[in-house]
Design a protein around this ligand. Structure first.
Ligand code: DAH
Length: 338
């Protein structure tokens, strides 16, 4: 017959096994545990409920240390991959995260959030391309050949001359061409393109070689800067869920005239001080040459455009200090958003 003391000893033994094994959940199938359950029927009536409760407590404490051990193993596995080892060795060693513990990447969630806000404002949301060419990266955007402004967009090229886009503005010419017929039949073009960009950067807390942007393009007969500022203000106030102060200052981008940088005052609820401005994106009235490159008559139509980084939006929203977390795949970071 099992006694309370037996339970105590078995508990110690099983807990210690949980803390050392790589398959802690197997401990729940241990014969010791079965034996304790089996003994219930031979316990005298008046002691049975206390005994049952004790076994239940044991089960609960096992469950909780098993979950903790599993989490530790996942984290350890992430830290300890030998990247030089062949895949099959790593895939044996690594404790792959069970799907029920997985979650969406915070950027995925926020990209959908940004797309949602603009969709509700009447924009169409599309995904930007991840491989492109010189014409879409520069030529169609009014960058003259050999112009020094090209140097600000140092990215990766294949030997065949394809380009990993350094901004989502590569989508402008396509958006304009696709919307031309709609425009000419009395409608407007309103599209936001979201997607991955690449730059040949020296990495630090605010620079990453791979990042995301959202690009807006709006064209109509009489689009103007006031509409653009209203659109951007609405977006940012919706995204951060509060009234915001905004300001702009002149900036140079070959594809807009005038070109502006758009800043918001860092909200005090997000750790900002009054007078602390954060530049969020570049924007302006679409340059006539960009409209012409898509076959749109700049005498009849006007447009505005903007492009900004999504990581910056998200870092401010959650107080994330280092942009490199996003591409790191670190579970300790990802779990904060699960
Ligand atoms: N493409 C620019 C960049 O990544 C940002 C930008 C500026 C986009 C002005 C625009 C714009 O559409 O009008 O640096």
């Amino acid at each position: 017959m099992s006694t309370m003391q037996d339970i105590e000893e078995i508990e110690k033994k099983l807990l210690s096994r949980v803390s050392t094994t790589n398959t802690p959940r197997d401990v729940l199938r241990s014969p010791d545990l079965k034996q304790l359950y089996g003994a219930i029927k031979s316990i005298p009536n008046e002691q049975r409920s206390a005994y049952g409760k004790r076994i239940n407590d044991l089960k609960l404490s096992l469950e909780s240390s098993i979950s903790k051990r599993e989490a530790d193993l996942d984290n350890a596995a992430v830290e300890s991959i030998d990247v030089t080892a062949p895949w099959d060795i790593n895939s044996v060693q690594v404790n792959l995260l069970p799907t029920n513990l997985g979650s969406q990447h915070p950027l995925t969630v926020e990209i959908e959030n940004v797309a949602d806000i603009f969709t509700r404002m009447g924009f169409e949301a599309i995904e930007s391309r991840q491989i492109d060419d010189d014409y879409h990266m520069f030529g169609s955007l009014n960058f003259p050949e050999n112009h020094p402004a090209r140097d600000g967009y140092d990215t990766f090229r294949t030997e065949e001359g394809f380009i990993a886009p350094a901004h989502t503005s590569t989508m402008q010419n396509r958006i304009l061409k696709a919307g031309k017929a709609k425009l000419e039949s009395g409608g407007q073009i309103g599209v936001v393109a979201l997607g991955r960009c690449f730059r040949n950067e020296d990495l630090d807390a605010t620079h990453e070689h791979t990042f995301y942007q959202f690009e807006g393009v709006f064209v109509s007969k009489d689009a103007n800067l006031g509409q653009m500022l209203g659109t951007l203000r609405s977006f940012f106030e919706c995204y951060y869920g509060q009234r915001l102060k905004i300001k702009t200052q002149p900036a140079y981008f070959p594809f807009v005239e005038p070109g502006l940088e758009f800043a918001i005052e860092k909200p005090t609820t997000l750790g900002g001080k009054p007078g602390e401005w954060l530049e969020m994106l570049g924007c302006g009235m679409i340059h006539p040459n960009v409209l012409l490159a898509a076959g749109i008559d700049p005498k009849k139509y006007r447009g505005f455009a903007w492009g900004g980084g999504i990581e910056r939006l998200v870092m401010l929203k959650y107080g994330i200090e280092d942009i490199r977390y996003f591409e790191s795949g670190k579970l300790q970071f990802l779990r904060k958003f699960a």
